[in-house]
Design a protein around this ligand. Structure first.
Ligand SMILES: C[S@@+](CC[C@H](N)C(=O)[O-])C[C@H]1O[C@@H](n2cnc3c(N)ncnc32)[C@H](O)[C@@H]1O
Length: 239
């Protein structure tokens, strides 16, 4: 486990600068994940938002511009530094691992927890979701985006749908090819950690790319209109 965590950290340290340089317009982020995930955050102005696994702070930049206050963390020190540079005047960013308790964050201190495209780096979601519950105010909102479990089942050529499996792929879109390790899981294992730990699922989106995607990457635009690669979900803290 520790070794896989180290490999994930090392991969993002290697990709961080390039990831940051591309994030504003990279089609899967800018015209697929972000518009669909942001749609799940109602009334951003005045909200206190935790951006868990914030990467280089692009979500934070958008949310700050819409009047939210942002606390963000990421396992990668380079990503955290880039998030600070992207948002020099606001936001509080620090290094932290999603799979560890967030002792530095107070109970019931956020209106929204956002966790975009990162939970597949955590094998067991239970502690993470319980921490999200603890730091959210009653009736607070958890918004996540993840790789769609049916997409991953095909993409990783899995033969054991019901297992949580360690998988890896080579990413070529961020400079030198980098091996990226993660965990794929069935749909039930995406929902149960949320509904078993104090939340109800309020809305689930199987996203479609926005029109801007097509000019930049017509092949994936067509594929994503035929089959989803990501899934976006809003859950509400029950009490
Ligand atoms: C695909 S990027 C998404 C970044 C950002 N949420 C966004 O959508 O722009 C995944 C991020 O998760 C971070 N990450 C991976 N494992 C993590 C962990 N265990 N704890 C915190 N961050 C982690 C990576 O360093 C990387 O910045």
């Amino acid at each position: 486990m520790e070794l896989i965590r180290e490999k994930i950290l090392s991969a993002y340290e290697q990709m961080a600068e390039r990831y940051n340089a591309l994030i504003d317009h990279k089609p899967h982020n800018a015209y697929y994940d972000r518009p669909n995930t942001l749609e799940l955050i109602p009334q951003i102005e005045g909200k206190s938002i935790l951006d868990a696994a914030c990467g280089p702070g692009k979500y934070a930049e958008i949310l700050l511009s819409k009047g939210a206050s942002i606390t963000g963390f990421d396992i990668s020190p380079t990503m955290v530094q880039l998030a600070k540079e992207r948002n020099p005047d606001a936001g509080d960013f620090f290094v932290h691992d999603l799979s560890m308790p967030c002792h530095m964050l107070e109970d019931e201190s956020f209106d929204v927890v956002l966790c975009a495209l990162a939970l597949h780096y955590v094998q067991d979601w239970t502690l993470t979701i319980r921490e999200f519950y603890r730091v959210l105010k009653p009736k607070g909102i958890l918004v996540i985006s993840i790789e769609h479990p049916f997409f991953e089942y095909n993409y990783f050529n899995s033969k054991r749908y019901f297992d949580i499996e360690h998988v890896k792929g080579i990413w070529k879109g961020f400079g030198k090819p980098v091996e990226v390790n993660s965990f794929r899981r069935p749909l039930g294992e995406c929902l149960a950690p949320i509904t078993d730990n104090g939340f109800y699922v309020d809305k689930l989106i199987e996203p479609k790319p926005t029109p801007e995607f097509e000019a930049l990457d017509p092949r994936h635009f067509k594929e994503l209109n035929d089959f989803p690669a990501f899934m976006c979900l809003r859950a509400v803290r029950k009490d």
